[in-house]
Design a protein around this ligand. Structure first.
Ligand SMILES: NC(=O)c1ccc[n+]([C@@H]2O[C@H](COP(=O)([O-])OP(=O)(O)OC[C@H]3O[C@@H](n4cnc5c(N)ncnc54)[C@H](O)[C@@H]3O)[C@@H](O)[C@H]2O)c1
Length: 337
């Protein structure tokens, strides 16, 4: 299968590793920076006619069947639409999906019109740190997830927060329907360039089935990422950077006791999990896209940024509860990377 890649920065080179691991024919790679093209050429032993500075030229000349878009966010939409209209049948686009709700919707519409499969690279459903807690929370003993609390360093509401909104949707098993935001006043320089800005702060979401989510990644927090999952009968703590999790859960004979009896005799346990890393889970998303099932869709990617836009609106309007189905600023462009 013919595959191509646009954007040869840190994440793009990881996708290139994955294309090579999948033994796909890399017919084109594209980045305006020569240094980045040379890095890709050396990694994949590519001939010069497979290196491009211009994405439109690459898509037209190399005619890929699979295209990975690993540029920063402002051009995700125009490149996705260009590729769909040029006949590319499968596109994996990096997150955040787009820098406006309107642009994300245009991506979905363009792909629907041409029958192109569009995946967004939120890899949560392929990461042990989420799949293992989800299976436990869904068990009869834990009794189903009720709330998720993320306590983290200043990892950016768009850069990483968008991943956590998709994680919430995945683990809750229902879409978020309302959001509130309390953003940090301070903004910090963005590692991907001065044109980008990502906010820090707290976000609260509620899913359609009543499951709650809170996340604090405020600008005065500079270390770590832990998640506490609470279910009716138990709790799971995950140290995502350390690759560890532990839990306590009511003994089975006490499951029917009311929730007010929160200290009933319990079982506990701990285990190691794979520490957070983007490489292998991105490979799994690519494989799922190629198989045509169980990948994070454009609709999932749009939902993640809709939650983020709603949190922005909430923060700007006195932290009010903002419904995700109310009129949000569709055309507003955010400086996300
Ligand atoms: N899914 C994940 O886990 C994950 C992890 C890291 C980054 N990302 C996402 O991947 C994207 C890239 O991140 P990065 O860390 O590689 O950034 P980066 O700045 O290192 O690389 C981006 C590259 O895209 C290139 N580019 C920009 N516009 C282009 C265009 N029109 N045509 C061709 N190339 C273009 C730039 O020259 C640069 O080399 C971001 O959107 C980021 O949010 C996702």
């Amino acid at each position: 299968m013919k595959a191509a890649l646009i954007g040869l920065g840190r994440m793009g080179l990881r996708h290139l590793d994955n294309l090579l691991a999948l033994k796909l024919d890399v017919v084109g790679v594209c980045d305006p920076f020569e240094q980045s093209r040379v890095a890709a050429k050396e990694k994949a032993s590519l001939s010069d006619d497979r290196l491009f500075a211009d994405a439109a030229e690459m898509v037209a000349k190399s005619k890929p069947e699979l295209l990975i878009i690993a540029t920063t966010a402002p051009v995700h939409a125009e490149l996705t639409i260009l590729a769909a209209q040029s006949g590319v049948k499968a596109i994996l686009c990096e997150k955040p999906m787009a820098t406006s709700l309107a642009a994300a919707r245009q991506m979905i519409d363009a792909c629907a019109k041409t029958g192109t499969k569009l995946a967004i690279n939120h890899q949560m459903r392929f990461m042990d740190q989420y799949t293992i807690p989800k299976a436990m929370l869904d068990s009869e003993q834990f009794g189903g997830v009720t709330s998720i609390h993320v306590s983290a360093g200043n990892f950016g509401l768009a850069m990483n927060g968008s991943h956590y909104f998709e994680m919430f949707r995945y683990i809750a098993g229902a879409a978020p329907v309302e959001a509130q935001g309390w953003f940090s006043a301070e903004t910090v320089p963005n590692p991907r360039g001065p044109q980008f800005e990502d906010r820090a702060g707290c976000v609260r979401l509620v899913a359609a089935n009543g499951v709650r989510f809170t996340m604090d990644c405020s600008s005065d927090q500079g270390h770590g990422c832990r998640v506490c999952y609470t279910a009716r009968n138990g709790q799971i703590f995950v140290d995502e950077l350390g690759g560890r999790m532990d839990w306590t859960v009511r003994q089975k004979e006490h499951l029917s006791m009311p929730t007010t009896r929160y200290g009933m005799p319990w079982e506990d346990g701990a285990r190691k999990i794979e520490p957070a890393d983007a490489l292998v889970p991105s490979l799994r998303v690519t494989e799922a896209l190629l198989a045509g099932e169980n990948y994070t869709t454009g609709a999932d990617g749009l939902l993640a940024i809709r939650a983020l836009v709603a949190a922005h609106v909430s923060d700007e309007q006195g932290h009010r509860v903002v419904r995700l189905d109310e009129a949000l600023p569709e055309e507003r462009v955010f400086p996300w990377a």
